[in-house]
Ligand binder design. Structure first.
Ligand code: NAD
Length: 241
C-alpha cells in the first residue's frame, strides 16, 4: 500500500519517541513529582506558577537532550525517501524526527527548544540544559518567556493546521504511529484521510479510537514494526509513475 501510494502522510504522537526514553504523558514515567501533565501544560498553570511549569519543562528538556532518534524515527525518514509526495505531521515537541533526517515535518504542537516572549510574542531558540534561570526571561524586554508549545486548551497554529489538514485530505495512505488519537485537532487528521477515500495504517501496542476504522492495524512497538515495514518496501520494485 505504501509502496504504490503517490501521497503518503505519517502522523506521529508521543509513542514514537517512547523507545528513545521520552515518556508519553499517559504511559509509565509520565508523572513528574506528583503532577499530571494535564495540570502543568496549561495556560492557567503557567499564570499561577510559571516557575513550577518551567521546572517541569527544564526536566523534560534534559531528558530530551539525552535522547537520540530510535529505529522508528529512522524508518519514517526512509519512508519519506521512498515516497513521491510525503508529509510528516507530528504532535511531538522533541525535534527527534528532524534529528533523524526527516525533511517535510509539520509540528502541530510546537517545539520544546523554542521560547516565546509573553509580552512581545517574539520567538527564539533556547537550547541551554539545564536552564541558567528558572523561569527564563526575555533578553530584550525582561518579560517572562514561555515554551513555544501548544498547551491543553490552546489552538494549534493556523498555518500548521491548514498544511496538515490539506496533506491529510489528499493522502492515499496515512500511517498513524504512537498516538492515542485523543488530542484534537490532531486526531481529526485520519478522519480527513478516510473521508477522502485514503487508507489508514495504525502502529500502536494499544487499541485507540482509530483502531476500528484502520484498514491495517500493526500491533506493537514502532521501533520494531516500522523497520520491517521499510524492509518490505525496499524488497518491492519501485512502481512506475
Ligand atoms: P499520545 O496521546 O500521543 O499517546 C501515546 C500513544 O503511544 C499511546 O496510544 C500508546 O499506546 C502509544 N505507544 C506507546 N509506546 C509506543 C511504542 N513504542 N510504539 C508505538 N506506539 C506506542 O501521547 P500522550 O503521551 O498522551 O501526549 C499527549 C500530547 O503530548 C501529544 O501532543 C503528545 O505528542 C505530547 N507529548 C509529546 C512528547 C514528545 O514530544 N516526545 C512526549 C509526551 C507528550
Amino acid at each position: 500500500m505504501l509502496r504504490s501510494a503517490e501521497r503518503v502522510v505519517v502522523l506521529t504522537g508521543a509513542g514514537i519517541s517512547a523507545e528513545s526514553g521520552i515518556p508519553t504523558f499517559r504511559g509509565p514515567g509520565g508523572l513528574w513529582r506528583k503532577y499530571r501533565p494535564e495540570d502543568l501544560a496549561t495556560p492557567l498553570a503557567f499564570s499561577r506558577d510559571p516557575g513550577l511549569v518551567w521546572q517541569w519543562y527544564d526536566w523534560r528538556r534534559q531528558r530530551i537532550a539525552q535522547a537520540s532518534p530510535n529505529p522508528g524515527h529512522v524508518a519514517i525518514r526512509r519512508i519519506e525517501e521512498m515516497s513521491p509526495r510525503f508529509t510528516l505531521v507530528t504532535q511531538n515537541v522533541d525535534g527527534l524526527h528532524q534529528a533523524a533526517g526527516s525533511q517535510r515535518v509539520i509540528e502541530l504542537h510546537g517545539n520544546i527548544w523554542r521560547v516565546r516572549c509573553t509580552l512581545e510574542n517574539t520567538l527564539a531558540e533556547l537550547r541551554d540544559v539545564p536552564l541558567p534561570e528558572v523561569p527564563p526571561h526575555c533578553q530584550s524586554c525582561g518579560h517572562l518567556l514561555r515554551p513555544d508549545v501548544v498547551w491543553f486548551g490552546e489552538p494549534v497554529p493556523t498555518d500548521a493546521l491548514e498544511r496538515a489538514s490539506r496533506a491529510a485530505s489528499r493522502a492515499d495512505v496515512m500511517l498513524v504511529v504512537g498516538t492515542s488519537a485523543a488530542v484534537y485537532p490532531a486526531a481529526s487528521m485520519p478522519v480527513l484521510t478516510k473521508r477522502a477515500d485514503g487508507r489508514l495504517i495504525e502502529v500502536n501496542p494499544d487499541e485507540t479510537p482509530l483502531t476500528p476504522v484502520a484498514d491495517i492495524r500493526l500491533h506493537g512497538r514502532a521501533g520494531a514494526i516500522l523497520p520491517s515495514v521499510v524492509a518490505a518496501m525496499e524488497r518491492l520494485p519501485q512502481p512506475p509513475r
